[in-house]
Design a protein around this ligand. Structure first.
Ligand SMILES: Nc1ncnc2c1ncn2[C@@H]1O[C@H](COP(=O)(O)OP(=O)(O)OP(=O)(O)O)[C@@H](O)[C@H]1O
Length: 351
C-alpha cells in the first residue's frame, strides 16, 4: 500500500546540509498498522511528511496505493491538482491536532471536503457521519477550545478521514495525551483499521504504541531504517534491537560459573510451564533475574532473563530443551565472575 524506494531527503540551509533520510526503503502492506520508531532526529517526521509529499524528497520514489506520488509532484503546473487529488486519499493526524479555533468541530471536519469542492449538504452529511464514527456526534457545534485533548484528536481523525482515504498517517498522534486517553485513541485507530480496512502508518517514540496496535514496525537511526518486519517476527529474531526495546529485561549473574539466557515466549509456548519442567527434568535450580510479560496484537508475549548454574558447556542440553519447546533462547552472558553489566557474548537463534 505504501512503498518508498531509496528515499533521500537533504535539507540545505545557510550553507549547511543535513541528510534527514538516507536511502529509505519502506514497505507497508494493505490493511496493516505500521509503526516507525527512533530517537529524536532519526528522520521519522521527515519520512512521514515525504510519504504524502508535504515535504518533497531530494531523490527516490513514494508509491501509495499503486500511484507514484513523486511522479505527480514533478510534472509541471498541472501536477498540483493531480497531487492534491491523490493526497486526499491519504489522511494525516498531527500531534497538536492542528484544528482551526474559529471553526466549529463540524466545520473543521468539513474543511478538506470544501477544498475538494464537495457541495454544502453532502459535506455536512459526511462530517456528521464521521463525527458519529469517532464518538463525537454530540460535539458537532462545539469549538475546539471547549474540547479535551482526546476529543480534539478525535476531531483530527474525523477530518483525516473526510476524503475516504485508504491510508492514514499519524505523526505522534498520542504524544500530547495522558496514558488513558492515549489508550482510547489507539483503540480508535485500531477499530478504524479493522472496520474500514484502513492502512495506518504511524510514527512514535513510545514503544507502548507499537506493542498495543502495530502489526509491523521499523527502527530508524540517522535517516536509515536499521531494522523492520512484523512485530511477532522481530520478537523471534536473535539480537533484535526492537525486541529488546519492546521487552527490556535486565538482571546480572549472581555469582561465578553461571549461564544467563534470555528466553522469549510467544504463541502457544507462552502458556506452557516450561521453566518448572526444565527445573524438574534436569534437577537444576533456576533463578529469574528479570522478566516482562505483555500482550502484543492480542497475543501473550514475554521475555525472561534466567540464570542456570554452571558454565555454558554444562548447560547445552537444558538450553536445547528450551528451544525444543519452541522458545527463542539467546545466551545473554556467561559469568566468569560477578559483573555489573553483562555484555552479550553470544547470540544464538532458535532452530
Ligand atoms: N526544515 C528543516 N531544515 C533543516 N533541517 C531539518 C528540517 N527538518 C528536519 N531537519 C533535520 O533533519 C533531521 C531529521 O529530523 P526529523 O524531524 O525528521 O526527525 P524525527 O525523528 O522526527 O525527530 P523528532 O522525534 O524529534 O521529531 C534532524 O537532524 C533535523 O534537525
Amino acid at each position: 500500500m505504501i512503498t518508498t524506494t531509496d528515499l533521500t531527503k537533504v535539507y540545505r540551509s545557510r550553507g549547511r546540509e543535513v541528510t534527514a533520510l538516507d536511502g529509505v526503503d519502506l514497505h507497508v502492506r494493505e490493511g496493516e498498522v505500521y509503526g516507525v520508531v527512533g530517537q529524536s532526529g532519526a528522520g521519522k517526521s521527515t519520512l512521514i511528511r515525504c510519504v504524502n509529499l508535504l515535504e518533497r524528497p531530494t531523490s527516490g520514489t513514494v508509491t501509495v496505493a499503486g500511484q507514484d506520488l513523486t511522479a505527480l509532484a514533478g510534472r509541471g503546473h498541472r501536477a498540483g491538482s493531480a497531487l492534491r487529488q491523490a493526497r486526499s486519499r491519504v489522511g494525516m493526524v498531527f500531534q497538536h491536532f492542528n484544528l482551526l479555533s474559529s471553526r466549529t468541530v463540524r466545520d473543521n471536519v468539513e474543511l478538506p471536503l470544501e477544498i475538494l469542492g464537495v457541495s454544502g449538504k453532502e459535506r455536512t452529511r459526511k462530517a456528521l457521519e464521521l463525527l458519529e464514527l469517532v464518538g463525537l456526534a454530540d460535539k458537532a457545534k462545539a469549538y475546539p477550545a471547549q474540547l479535551s485533548g482526546g476529543q480534539k484528536q478525535r476531531v483530527g481523525i474525523a477530518r483525516a478521514l473526510a476524503g475516504d482515504p485508504k491510508v492514514l498517517l499519524s505523526d505522534e498522534a498520542t504524544s500530547a495525551l495522558d496514558p488513558e486517553t492515549t489508550r482510547s485513541i489507539l483503540q480508535l485507530l485500531r477499530d478504524l483499521n479493522e472496520q474500514l480496512g484502513l492502512t495506518v502508518l504511524l510514527i512514535t517514540h513510545e514503544m507502548d504504541v507499537v506493542k498495543r496496535i502495530c502489526d509491523s514496525a521499523a527502527l530508524m537511526r540517522d535517516g536509515r531504517i536499521v531494522e523492520s518486519g512484523k512485530v511477532s517476527e522481530l520478537l523471534a529474531t536473535p539480537g533484535s534491537e526492537l525486541a529488546q526495546e519492546l521487552f527490556p529485561v535486565g538482571g546480572v549473574p549472581s555469582g561465578e560459573d553461571r549461564t544467563v539466557v534470555d528466553v522469549t515466549f510467544q504463541g502457544e509456548a507462552a502458556t506452557k510451564p516450561v521453566i518448572s519442567q526444565l527445573s524438574r527434568t534436569y534437577n537444576i535450580d533456576i533463578s529469574i533475574l528479570g522478566a516482562a510479560m505483555d500482550t502484543v496484537g492480542g497475543h501473550q508475549v514475554g521475555r525472561m532473563r534466567i540464570e542456570l548454574p554452571g558454565r555454558f558447556e554444562e548447560n547445552v542440553v537444558p538450553i536445547g530443551f528450551l528451544r525444543e519447546q519452541g522458545l527463542q533462547v539467546d545466551v545473554a552472558a556467561i559469568a566468569d565472575g560477578p559483573r555489573a553489566n553483562p555484555t552479550p557474548l553470544l547470540k544464538e537463534g532458535a532452530k
